[in-house]
Design a protein around this ligand. Structure first.
Ligand code: ZN
Length: 295
């Protein structure tokens, strides 16, 4: 784990600490660092929204300021299970109900693996680490958004709230990151493409990531295709064609399915959802009529 990942994962523990100070009944699942920051999945009757962020960040600031040590504790499997039963994992104290997700996680740790806890202040979590030395090492942090996620990514499991945030070594690094995001937004191809009249994106009729090329954009696409064909021909390549649709296995092999299933390319279900499909086909026909030049 890199230093930045340690900072971010430590911020996830501080986030959980803060949430428990406000909502002691919260049940936590996993809280890893991710490319742009960190998240923690939790179950809580109160639906956390960005309006709650200031209050949560206030509690987080207190934990960071207190500069608690991240203390690593090795425990036996039976102790870990007992603690989970008493609701003491991802928790500030003994609770009346088990820490159910942590209990499930402990039960799935391989027999030969060492089980560790990490403590910061009053908060104890089941965690393999590593962490920064102290909460004060989290130089700057910010909560960014909330999403929902199924426990272990399986839709048969309970749906959890996923709170995202980001953290950096210091304020300057964090400011640079948010400035970069703002600048990237201005250069977003979806914004520029629409402004230039190259394509339209219609989430309702077609789907995100699927441009409808307008006349100007179509010229560009065709010029690029021409250039590609000429370059390939000059390089001695010959072309083949494959169908746009294939079996799920192909998209697993290509790597698309695990990364884009949620946002862009969910697998098609051929026999289920017949009604929905008919509705979508109806809408597509309507759209086609709209796009056909009149008179
Ligand atoms: Zn941890």
């Amino acid at each position: 784990m890199t230093e930045l990942e340690r900072i971010r994962h430590s911020a996830a523990h501080v986030l959980a600490t803060a949430i428990l100070k406000i909502w002691p009944e919260a049940q936590f699942a996993a809280g890893p660092p991710v490319e742009t920051g960190f998240y923690y999945d939790l179950e809580l009757p109160h639906r956390i929204s960005p309006e709650d962020f200031a209050r949560i960040e206030e509690e987080m600031k207190r934990e960071v300021k207190a500069n608690h040590v991240f203390e690593r504790v090795e425990i036996s499997r039976s102790d870990a299970l007992a603690m989970a039963e008493r609701g003491e994992l991802a928790s500030l104290a003994t609770r009346g109900i088990p820490s159910k997700f942590k209990l499930d996680i402990v039960q799935n740790i391989p027999e030969d693996e060492v089980i560790t806890l990490y403590r910061n202040g009053e908060f104890t979590d089941l965690c393999a680490g590593p962490h920064v030395l102290r909460t004060g090492n989290i130089g700057a942090f910010k909560l960014t958004h909330v999403a929902s996620a199924y426990y272990k990514g399986d839709e048969r499991n309970p749906q959890l709230q996923r709170i995202y945030g980001t953290a950096f070594k210091n304020k300057t690094a964090m400011e640079e990151y948010f400035t970069m995001l703002e600048e990237a937004k201005k250069r977003d191809h979806r914004k520029i493409g629409a402004e230039m009249g190259l394509y339209a994106i219609d989430s309702e009729f077609v789907g995100p990531g699927m441009p409808l090329w307008l006349p100007k954009g179509t010229v560009l696409v065709e010029e690029l295709e021409k250039l590609a064909k000429e370059s390939e021909f000059a390089g001695g390549y010959v072309r083949v064609r494959s169908p746009h649709l294939a079996k799920e296995k192909m998209y697993k092999t290509s790597g698309h399915l695990p990364y884009y299933a949620e946002s862009m390319f969910p697998p098609m279900e051929m026999d289920e959802h017949r009604e929905e499909r008919a509705k979508i086909q109806g809408r597509m026909a309507e759209l086609e009529r709209l796009l056909t030049p009149q008179g």
